[in-house]
Design a protein around this ligand. Sequence first.
Ligand code: AMP
Ligand code: MG
Length: 442
Amino acid sequence: MQVNDGPAQWRRIPVDEAMRALLAEFDPVADHERVPVQDALGRTLVEDIPAPADVPPFDYATLDGYAVRAADTDRASRDRPVALAVIGVLAAGAVTSRPLGMGEAYRILTGAPMPPGADAVVPFEGTDGKGFGGWDGSDAMSLGLAQERVAVRVPVRAGDDVRRRAEDQRSGEVLLRSGTRVRPAEVAVLASAGIRSTWVHRRIRIGVLSTGDELVARDHVGPLGPGRIRDANGPALLALASRDGAETVDLGQALDEPTSVRASLLSGVERGCDLLVTSGGVSMGDRDMVRQVIRDDGEVSIWSIDVRPGKPFTFGRFHGVPIMALPGNPVSAMVTYELLVNPVVRRMQGDRAAVPVEVMAIADQELLNDSGRENFVRGVARIEGGDRGAIEWHVRPTGPQGSGILTSMSRANCLIRLSAATKHVARGARVRLRLMDAFPLW
Ligand code: AMP
Ligand code: MG
């Protein structure tokens, strides 16, 4: 791939173009592993999973009452109840082979299989029978059994309050599709089907390297020393990669010297990284040599994106291993990770839904974009009930948007997307935003 490095074709490319070009570069990793369903959370399914059996496996009562033949209740009313003979009690887990005849009923509790011959349930409330809520202290089962007749006061139709066999999962039908990222709901579906382990794509291994002579060691205690700062990007990028379900390899920090950067990256290659992510050293400064190291030992195929923050984003290959070199400003590093690294990580791990969700929201404050680039403004989004009950997303910026203001990332739950051509958004106008976390902030 050669998108925009080198003077002949240099141009700053839009974020969406960069994302499409990157996604086209990657296939899901070919290695798969079988994991217990409980450990599949956050992993991606490798194959379509058919339902091994019907769920539920039988028709059952969805509430407490009487299993009846609906036809027997046709003429029931409050004034003229229909009397049925109670021939037994069925609790959840109980079965009977004695079919229900005309004029008969079983007392039945939620979850119990429907007896043969019954096609509907009359809830206690529609009869003179009492639920256990009205229990008088006598033995529960004998309470039901002692009752010989029940007066049904409401007509029911066939199927009422019966959950049908296979209404959730039908044997042989596809339950979950390949490329699905497993959430708690998928864990539940697999467990309900009796599936105990499943094939998933292996986690990819991401090596993270910080660059910069100014960084103190991560475990540094005491005064920083003149001109020195702490390393925010290493921990941030390791956390982002972990969040995305990858294995992380901490490559530590490199000095702004080609030998130091090269040695650190080579250790990532040796340690089997599928993807290298660096921060810092990709701008135009005298000490920005990360791009040169990549070029010397491989190739650079994307350099410079039409985005704020994050313009110097670089993509290439280092000794054959894909590498994304992110800018050093902590906000730029985190935002470019979200915009361009996250979709690639998802794709490599087999997730079909690599493109993130965006919504439209009403700007509660005026927004300015003087960058001439597409601008991703850290914002706080929330849902509000509008006039006449309509529900709307609203958003406001977190405050000062400098790319060194890392606390703006912590205050934000979304990125407001202003196109390069948008110079100004009036209060009350609509803007596009990308949710990072749909929950409101306090
Ligand atoms: P650079 O992209 O290397 O020119 O760095 C841009 C800015 O980000 C400079 O102010 C750096 O000091 C700062 N910076 C670079 N790397 C980190 C890091 N790992 N943690 C915090 N700030 C950083
Ligand atoms: Mg630097």
